[in-house]
Structure formats: structure tokens, C-alpha cells
Design a protein around this ligand. Structure first.
Ligand SMILES: NC(=O)c1ccc[n+]([C@@H]2O[C@H](COP(=O)([O-])OP(=O)(O)OC[C@H]3O[C@@H](n4cnc5c(N)ncnc54)[C@H](O)[C@@H]3O)[C@@H](O)[C@H]2O)c1
Length: 154
């Protein structure tokens, strides 16, 4: 895909893998929405990349309203053509440690952010991309399997 001029959402874009991905999109001529919890860092990265190329949206990926706001922002910047889910947490704990069994709320938190949050972003970004239709210039559109658009996938 030709990245130039297209818009991408990068969750977790304020740090680490996501920040690197956001920088890569802008380096290749694309635009990014940095969707992250860390406002100070996300705003700084967006400012460095340029306000015409990058925007920060404070977003908890597991929250419907936050995810919708990130997608809405992206659609104001141009044609949304992709989502990269980098937001996540990876706390380490033993199933049985010296203090007893693994805390269930910790496991629930990881699944809520890493799994449910990722799917929350995927479903809303995909809906926006499919609704917008193919790119007039190069017919590029999101695909699930070769030759098949999500709207027609079974
Ligand atoms: N870096 C690696 O080598 C590596 C390897 C395997 C897996 N991972 C996983 O990939 C993910 C990203 O790794 P990283 O190294 O970039 O981590 P990181 O901590 O540098 O970045 C993660 C970003 O996600 C954001 N975030 C956390 N919870 C969020 C939420 N609910 N909504 C929105 N943003 C949220 C954080 O604010 C942070 O900016 C993590 O889940 C990590 O466990 C990383």
C-alpha cells in the first residue's frame, strides 16, 4: 500500500512499538492519530511530527466512546486506511506465587486492554474504512483475505 497521504490510527502510539510505528507512517508521507492514555507524551510526539501530520487523542482502547473519538478524529484528517494496535500491558505474575494465586483482577485487566481493547478498535476502524469505500486513486481498500473486501467476507 502507498502510505503517502493516507491516515492511520496507532494505538499505544505515545511509546515504544506504537511510537515507532507512528513515526514510520509520517516518515512515509502518511498521517497518524496517536490513540493512547499518556496525554503528555502523546501530545509531545504529535507536536514533533507536525500538527498537519499527527494528532493525539486520549483514548482507553477498552472504552467504546474513546475508540469512537479516535476513529472520528482520523476521518477528519483524510482517508482512514489502517489501524495498528500497539496499546497493551504485559504485567508478569505467576499462576501460583509466594503470596498465593494469581490475582484475577490483574488477568481481567490484561484481557480487557489487550484483547477486548484491540477488538474494540478493530471493529470501529474497520466499519469506518469499509463505509468510506475504495480509494479513487489506487482502488486500495482494506482486505481480509486476498481479493475479498470485509463487506463481502463471510
Ligand atoms: N516491546 C516488545 O518487545 C514487546 C514484545 C512482545 C509484546 N509486546 C507487547 O506489545 C505492546 C506494546 O509494547 P511496547 O514495548 O510498545 O510497550 P509500551 O509500554 O512502550 O507502550 C504501550 C503503550 O500503550 C499505552 N496503553 C496502555 N494501556 C492502554 C489503553 N488501555 N488504551 C490506550 N493505550 C494504552 C501506554 O500508555 C503506552 O504508551 C505491549 O502490550 C507489550 O506487552 C511488546
Amino acid at each position: 500500500m502507498d502510505i503517502a497521504g493516507k491516515v492511520f490510527i496507532v494505538t499505544g502510539g505515545a511509546s515504544g512499538l506504537g511510537e515507532g510505528t507512528a513515526r514510520m507512517f509520517v516518515r512515509e508521507g502518511g498521517k497518524v492519530v496517536i490513540a493512547d492514555l499518556q496525554a503528555e507524551r502523546g501530545l509531545a510526539v504529535a507536536a514533533e511530527l507536525g500538527t498537519d501530520k499527527a494528532a493525539f487523542v486520549r483514548c482507553d482502547v477498552s472504552q467504546e466512546a474513546d475508540a469512537r473519538a479516535a476513529v472520528a478524529k482520523a476521518t477528519t484528517m483524510g482517508k482512514l486506511m489502517g489501524l495498528v494496535n500497539c496499546a497493551g500491558i504485559g504485567p508478569a505474575a505467576k499462576t501460583v506465587g509466594k503470596d498465593g494465586a494469581h490475582a484475577l483482577d490483574l488477568f481481567t485487566k490484561v484481557v480487557t486492554i489487550n484483547l477486548i481493547g484491540s477488538f474494540n478498535m478493530i471493529r470501529l476502524a474497520s466499519f469506518a474504512m469499509v463505509s468510506a469505500g475504495p480509494n479513487a486513486a489506487d482502488s486500495a481498500r482494506p482486505r481480509t483475505r486476498a481479493g475479498e473486501s470485509p463487506a463481502h467476507a463471510s
